[in-house]
Design a binder for this molecule. Structure first.
Ligand code: ATP
Length: 358
């Protein structure tokens, strides 16, 4: 187990800036997810931690040791890849043993270690099979066993679930979380799937365009996104972002012609901004078919039943947004409704920078 510190790391490939001045640290035994859209720099960051890439500038520490110039084989990290990358011509036993065979560990010792990890992962009955004779979930466990057999200080996962079908993905996700908690091994997990990140992480590092946008627990980044990018990236459907104006004369917030009276107007006045983005989560709004004060007058656009709840898409003065409601609420496309969001569920962002103001 190790603490990891990434300090002012920049990585460029020719003219492409893959990572720009990235800093964060990971505690002993912590499970950190690197989350971001395609091209945000997640894999580059993981490869830098593994030692496969060297930073253009900045440093990486394991515990308090600077490993920036230490090659991958001497860093003692275990890697679990997207496609498991099991060797098809080798049986499960040889696949798991491979990292130790490479290190020329004595056969008797290899045998002990392979048996130990395969018992722990409950794949000791499968050691005589070839990868093609295993289910996707079993192959994934073999890949984890192979990463664990050299007793790494850090475990790195690169989108390990992306090749699994939806149901298996949920099961394996839960298994990885349980295993990580049991082993208490410092782990870094790359994904572009926000639901996966929310479900599995102790903390999430949100990346966009090679920069860290926010670091926090799943609860923190979900409830208090510090940037419109994070608000619109997390959640399914994600947070609604509506253009709003502050009218300094009547101290009201306007979304189109809907007038909202929120207690935070005073603090907003002090920011000097008159136009901003008002955000809220789809599950935090209440739709009513009767007129209601302090509500956004809207028209129902579509209603999508989802089994447990429904997603209602609404339109207000040309802006589209979504609300999740109970299936019992009967709504018709074209119907005029009033959408209420209580002030403690509203977040306010700067219109040009996207940074959170309130
Ligand atoms: P994905 O989810 O698609 O895997 P990612 O978040 O892992 O994306 P990276 O693969 O880290 O993103 O890439 C970050 C940026 O760096 C991208 O613009 C990518 O094109 C660029 N990049 C990555 N590797 C190289 C390379 N070897 N040579 C040139 N550019 C690269």
């Amino acid at each position: 187990m190790a603490r990891v510190e990434v300090k002012n790391v920049t990585k460029t490939f020719g003219k492409v800036v893959a990572l720009s001045n990235v800093s964060f640290s990971i505690g002993n035994g912590e499970f950190v997810v690197l989350l971001g859209p395609s091209g945000s720099g997640k894999t580059t960051l993981m490869y830098l931690i593994a030692g496969i890439y060297k930073p253009t500038s900045g440093q990486i520490f394991f515990d308090d040791v600077d490993v920036t110039n230490i090659p991958p084989k001497d860093r003692n990290v275990g890697l679990v890849f997207q496609n498991w990358a099991l060797y098809p011509h080798m049986k499960v036993y040889e696949n798991i043993a491979f990292p130790l065979t490479l290190k020329k560990v004595k056969p008797q010792q290899i045998r002990e270690k392979v048996l130990q990890v395969s018992q722990m992962l409950q794949i000791d009955q499968l050691l005589d099979r070839y990868p093609w004779q295993l289910s996707g979930g079993q192959q994934q466990r073999v890949a984890i066993a192979r990463a664990l057999v050299k007793e790494p200080r850090i475990l790195l996962f690169d989108e390990p679930l992306s090749n699994l079908d939806a149901l298996l993905r949920l099961n394996v996700r839960a298994e990885i979380k349980k295993l990580q908690k049991d082993l208490k091994i410092t782990s870094i997990y790359v994904t572009h799937d926000q639901a996966e990140a929310l479900a599995i992480a102790d903390r999430i590092v949100v990346l966009n365009n090679g920069r860290v946008v926010q670091i926090g627990t799943p609860e923190e980044v979900y409830a208090k996104p510090n940037h419109t990018f994070v608000a619109s990236f997390l959640g399914n459907p994600p947070a609604n972002l509506l253009e709003a104006k502050l009218n300094i004369d009547d101290r009201m917030i306007y979304i189109g012609d809907s007038k909202l009276n929120y207690a935070f107007v005073e603090s907003l006045t002090q920011t000097g901004q008159r136009e901003f983005v008002l955000a809220f989560r789809p599950e935090h709004a209440v739709i009513s078919s009767e007129y209601k004060e302090n509500s956004i007058r809207s028209t129902v656009y579509t209603v999508e039943p989802m089994g447990r709840e429904q997603i209602v898409t609404l339109q207000t003065n040309g802006q589209i947004f979504k609300v999740v409601t109970s299936l019992e609420q009967k709504l018709q496309p074209g119907q005029t409704v009033y959408v209420f969001v209580s002030s403690d569920k509203v977040l306010i962002y700067d219109k040009s920078s996207g940074q959170r103001l309130l």
